[in-house]
Structures are given as structure tokens and as C-alpha cells.
Design a protein around this ligand. Structure first.
Ligand SMILES: Cc1cc2nc3c(=O)[nH]c(=O)nc-3n(C[C@H](O)[C@H](O)[C@H](O)COP(=O)(O)O)c2cc1C
Length: 312
């Protein structure tokens, strides 16, 4: 009988803002390059989608090294949003991605002013083959003295509103966890037109080498990711899923199928996998396959039934 359950087909499809994904497991921004690097490594049709590296109006060189270090149960990075710029991405990478079997592209967008973000979206609008945008709201707004968009409700609302107006595709707004109430920020994003929210981005953190007494990251502070942040991320996903009606995409420290189930039970419709790809470049596919097996072994025939399924 158990064998019968195991062999039952599992419907892995989920829908976010009208877009259908084959699996709820998506590769996270900044940990999957521009996608093209994974052509020989991953079967794209086995994962839900991937999110590109953050794209800005102009190319960016990023911060000085060291900019990635390992920590207990995680990693810290201060890459500084290095990227080739949105135009080069559309010209050089999108033609390759359009030819790649099964590749589902979500473009991650950021900028240092509202106008920057709108311009990136306008350029992307003209590129066929992108299913949605993920707006990274964890960037300092240079017109407001470096105040981070995602930590000020008024700035976040203005940014999301402007981007949604410019966007010809669904808009996923990626929230910063470095706030007092992430539920409030999610509500602001929803009210300003977000079609869905994703969370969490990395936590501001710091590490010092006690022998040299120097910061272990040249930028001094960096973003903490990986298993160390998972319980906080699960709590935030739960909080946000109670606060808004739009779909929630959860992430933070996912390394195995059970972690995905946990995020979905907390209220996520789909998840993203970041740091795990550094340990194993095939992680996203392995986790997506593992989720199918987990569902089969637990009599779950439709993965969507997991969302919000926590029992108290
Ligand atoms: C090296 C690195 C680079 C990242 N770059 C971006 C980025 O460009 N844009 C973005 O929205 N998030 C970026 N992130 C955040 C991840 O997409 C993700 O939100 C975070 O790492 C938490 O998930 P994880 O614990 O599975 O890594 C980056 C993370 C890492 C580790």
C-alpha cells in the first residue's frame, strides 16, 4: 500500500500572479548567475524557475574582496550588487536563455533611485522570454541619503507603485528582513500594487578576525544567509502570509526538501534556494526532486495543499 502511494503522481505545479510554474522550487537571485552558467549543470525543466543576478541601469563592479566568508551554519556576503547592467543582460544573455530548454526566467531588478528601477523595468519590458520581475527593495536610496527602500514604508510604497506602473509583467517585491515589522512592509507593498512578495533577503551582519582585529569582510558588514537564518525566515513568512492576500515566496536557509515543506506549511506558495547552490550547484534540482519524493511518500498528491497547512 505504501508502494502504491509512492507511485502516485504528484502535481508539483504552482501559480503565482497568473504565472504557472512546474515546481515551487526556484533558484534565488545572486546565487545562480545569469542562469546560462547552469546550462550543463541543471535540468532547467526540473526546477520552477530561476531569478537572475540583480540587474541595474548601468554595469556595476561591486565591492572589494574579501566579500564572501563562511560562518557557522551560513555565509556572509557583500558582493555589492556586481552585475553587467540591464542592457548587456538583454543583449548577451537573454538570446541564450531563450534557446535553453526549460529555462523560466525571473529578472531581479534594483536601483539607487526610483527612476533607476523604473528604467531597468522599461528595458526589460522589451525583452521577450521573462515571466516576471523580482524587485529587490533592500537597496540604499541615494536620493534619500542612503535610507534603504525596504526599511522605510513610505519609500517602499512609492518605489513599488512606480515600478508596478512601468511594468508589463507581474511584479514580485522582495522584502528586507532588517525591519521591525515585516508584515507591515508586506502590506505596504501589496497596497502599492505588488502581485506577490518574496522574503527574506539577507540579514545585516558582521564578523571580526580576532588575530588581525580586522573585519572579515572588506565592506565591514555583509548579508547573512544559509541555514542559520531559516527559523527567522520561516517566522517572517508565516507573519507575512497572515498579513497579505497576495502569494508569498519564502526563502532563507533551504537546503533540503523538508525545508521547502516547512516554508510552505508556514504560508509560502513557492520558495527560493540561494546559499545551498554554493555547496552543491545542483542543489535546486536535487531539492525539487526531493520535494516530489517527499510528497509521494506522504500521500500529498498536490503540492499546493501544503501552503498554509501548519496545524496548531
Ligand atoms: C552571494 C549572494 C548574492 C546575492 N545577491 C542578491 C541579489 O543580487 N539580489 C537579491 O535580491 N538577493 C541577493 N541575494 C540574496 C538571496 O537571493 C537570498 O534572498 C538570501 O541569500 C537568503 O536565501 P538563502 O539562505 O537560501 O541563501 C544574494 C545572496 C548571496 C548569498
Amino acid at each position: 500500500m505504501f508502494g502504491g502511494l509512492m507511485s502516485k503522481a504528484v502535481d508539483m505545479a504552482v501559480t503565482i500572479a497568473g504565472v504557472n510554474f512546474r515546481s515551487p522550487v526556484i533558484a534565488a537571485s545572486g546565487t545562480f548567475g545569469y542562469g546560462v552558467e547552469f546550462e550543463e549543470i541543471i535540468h532547467m525543466e526540473k526546477i520552477g524557475a530561476f531569478v537572475t543576478k540583480g540587474l541595474s541601469r548601468e554595469p556595476m563592479a561591486g565591492n572589494n574582496a574579501p566579500r564572501i566568508i563562511e560562518t557557522s551554519a551560513g555565509m556572509m556576503n557583500a558582493i555589492g550588487l556586481q552585475n553587467m547592467g540591464v542592457r548587456a543582460f538583454c543583449e548577451e544573455k537573454m538570446p541564450v536563455l531563450r534557446r535553453m530548454q526549460g529555462a523560466v526566467v525571473i529578472a531581479n531588478v534594483f536601483g539607487f533611485t526610483k527612476e533607476d528601477c523604473v528604467e531597468v523595468i522599461r528595458v526589460l519590458n522589451d525583452a521577450p522570454g521573462i515571466v516576471m520581475y523580482e524587485l529587490n527593495a533592500s537597496c540604499p536610496n541615494t536620493s534619500h541619503g542612503g535610507m534603504v527602500f525596504g526599511t522605510d514604508p513610505d519609500l517602499l510604497g512609492e518605489l513599488v507603485y512606480a515600478c508596478k506602473r512601468a511594468s508589463q509583467r507581474p511584479l514580485l517585491v522582495k522584502l528586507s528582513p532588517n525591519v521591525t515589522s515585516i508584515g507591515t512592509m508586506a502590506k505596504v507593498a501589496e497596497a502599492a500594487g505588488a502581485d506577490a512578495v518574496s522574503l527574506v533577503n539577507t540579514f545585516v551582519s558582521m564578523s571580526i578576525d580576532v588575530e588581525t582585529r580586522r573585519p572579515r569582510i572588506a565592506n565591514v558588514t555583509g548579508g547573512l544567509s544559509g541555514p542559520a537564518i531559516k527559523p527567522i525566515a520561516v517566522r517572517m513568512v508565516h507573519e507575512v502570509s497572515k498579513a497579505v492576500r497576495i502569494p508569498v515566496v519564502g526563502m532563507g536557509g533551504i537546503v533540503r526538501a523538508e525545508d521547502v515543506v516547512e516554508f510552505m506549511l508556514a504560508g509560502a506558495t513557492a520558495v527560493e534556494v540561494g546559499t545551498a547552490s554554493y555547496a552543491d550547484p545542483r542543489a535546486v534540482e536535487v531539492i525539487s526532486n526531493g520535494l516530489r519524493k517527499w510528497c509521494g511518500a506522504h500521500g500529498v498528491t498536490d503540492v499546493r495543499t501544503l501552503t498554509g497547512g501548519m496545524v496548531r
